[in-house]
Design a protein around this ligand. Structure first.
Ligand code: ADP
Length: 478
């Protein structure tokens, strides 16, 4: 751009200078011509008057005779160099150089030749330090040429002033062009600055650096572009964050799945190894000790039951995790909670439990009845399983704003603080040797409640009972 500008400026500058030079020349020529016309007129008039008023006869010989007198008078009067030639162009008189020779070189006698054709003419003699105009005027009286007067005007002052003018114009033009050039360069710099910033920003963003601030305040399309660019950048950044979160979730899920699978393998292998051991003992045992056989078979049975329970829990966990297994509809939660409580009273093994309840009527939610029921039974079962002596359970159901809460509280053995963070992880048990405990119960509860858009909170103190709070939204959309 700078090179292009410089070329354009140089060309325009050259053309302007040539045009101005030419017009000054033409102007000078016009001034000189006008001036000379006036002089020729005055000179001719003067000479004619002089001839008529003196004793010069109106013929060439007489003119030649008085030429020196006339030349001296004329040079004094007009204060210019005067050369007089006879009617044939032969030199007679020179007021400066007696020989009439010119100090200028070259063919500069065109005016004289034209004077011999009875025409007044001039030649511009422009040397380095001088600007002289030679004018030849034929003296014609009654169509008869008496002689030729040639005189010289020095237009040095005109040449000088033109030169000065030309130089002023030259300088001002140069100045204007320099200022203009500098201004355009500055302007282009000013215009390209935000573009350069944007280029830098795209460069940074392309390399994953999103912190680059691209606020431009040019109050034009560039500012709009920068704003849109920032919006685009923020969107990309947000998408990347989302993708990263999703990626982390996937990694976490993958790890969880693997851990879950490893646990399943371990949990199933243990009873199988035990069963296999007992079976081998029985195979190798040949004495007829019925009590021993019965005891061993009893052990095999309890391990098989344990495995059976574990498989049932695993199936429940798989169902709780799979969205395919959920059948959502609006149902009366109050009714479901009451049914569970009645069912428990009816069962023999729960006969010594005490349930204190505070159930709000007609709470309906949108969810899967079977799964909600399963979650509640799991928690109540725990409250009974981990009771100190005779279980006392407190069940509350109420709604608040957009959610309903089910609080199940027991006065059981409680859980020490270090376990609280892990309770909802699959296969986590506080007491690993406890029978009838797979460590999947709370994990299933959490999966179910999460699927309903809700959350589970458990607070407990060792020896001081446990409280589980389920929060379920009343109007959940899947
Ligand atoms: P589990 O099948 O072992 O009961 P859960 O996931 O239901 O598995 O519970 C995990 C662990 O949390 C249990 O092993 C138990 O130690 C503890 N726990 C759960 N509920 C209670 C409770 N109400 N009182 C005391 N401990 C509890």
């Amino acid at each position: 751009m700078i090179l292009g500008l410089a070329i354009i400026f140089a060309i325009s500058y050259g053309i302007t200078i040539i045009v101005i030079g030419k017009s000054i020349q033409q102007n000078n020529k016009a001034i000189i011509e006008k001036d000379i016309q006036k002089h020729v007129y005055n000179l001719t008039l003067y000479i004619k008057q002089y001839i008529r008023s003196s004793e010069i006869e109106e013929n060439a010989d007489s003119f030649q005779k008085y030429a020196t007198d006339l030349g001296t008078i004329l040079s004094t009067k007009f204060d210019e160099r005067i050369i007089i030639y006879n009617h044939e162009g032969k030199f007679i008189f020179d007021s400066v150089n007696k020989s009439g020779e010119m100090e200028f070189r070259g063919n500069l006698n065109k005016d004289l030749r034209l004077a011999l054709e009875n025409k007044s003419a001039y030649t511009i003699i422009n040397t380095e330090e001088r600007f002289i105009v030679a004018v030849s005027v034929p003296i014609l009286i009654d169509n008869q040429r008496l002689g030729i007067i040639r005189y010289f005007f020095d237009y040095a002052y005109l040449a000088q002033s033109s030169q000065n003018l030309f130089q002023y114009i030259h300088l001002s033009m140069l100045l204007i062009f320099i200022v203009l050039f500098a201004f355009i360069i500055m302007l282009s710099g000013w215009i390209t600055k935000p573009i350069i910033r944007m280029k830098k920003a795209t460069h940074m963003i392309a390399r994953g650096n999103f912190d680059y601030d691209l606020s431009i305040h040019t109050n034009d399309e560039l500012e709009d572009l920068a704003d849109d660019f920032t919006i685009m950048k923020d969107n990309i950044q947000e998408r990347i964050k989302e993708v990263e979160i999703e990626r982390d979730n996937l990694i976490r899920l993958h790890k969880e799945r693997k851990l879950f699978f490893d646990n399943v393998t371990h949990e199933l292998k243990t009873p199988l190894t035990i069963i296999s051991g007992y079976t081998q003992i029985l195979q190798e045992y040949d004495e007829e000790d019925k009590t021993f056989v019965k005891k061993t078979l009893g052990n095999i049975k309890s391990e098989t039951d344990r495995m059976h329970d574990m498989i049932l829990d695993l199936l429940d966990a798989a169902k709780a995790e799979s969205s395919m297994e959920y059948h959502f509809k609006t149902f009366n939660l109050t009714k479901v909670v009451k049914e569970i409580m009645e069912g428990m009273y009816a069962k023999e093994r729960y006969e010594n439990i005490t349930i204190q309840d505070d159930i709000e009527e007609d709470i309906t939610i949108y969810g899967d009845v079977l799964r909600i029921r399963q979650a509640l039974i799991n928690i109540i079962d725990n409250a009974i399983k981990y009771a100190k002596e005779e279980p006392v359970i407190n069940i509350r159901l109420y709604k608040d704003h957009e959610d309903c809460y089910i609080v199940i509280k027991d006065r059981g053995i409680g859980i020490s603080e270090e376990h609280l963070d892990n309770l909802f992880k699959p296969f986590y048990r506080v007491n690993k040797s406890l029978r009838g405990s797979s460590g999947l119960g709370l994990y299933i509860v959490k999966s179910i409640i999460k699927r309903h858009g809700g959350s589970v909170r458990l607070s407990s103190k060792l020896g001081n009972g446990t409280e589980v709070i389920l929060k379920i939204p009343l109007k959940f959309t899947t």
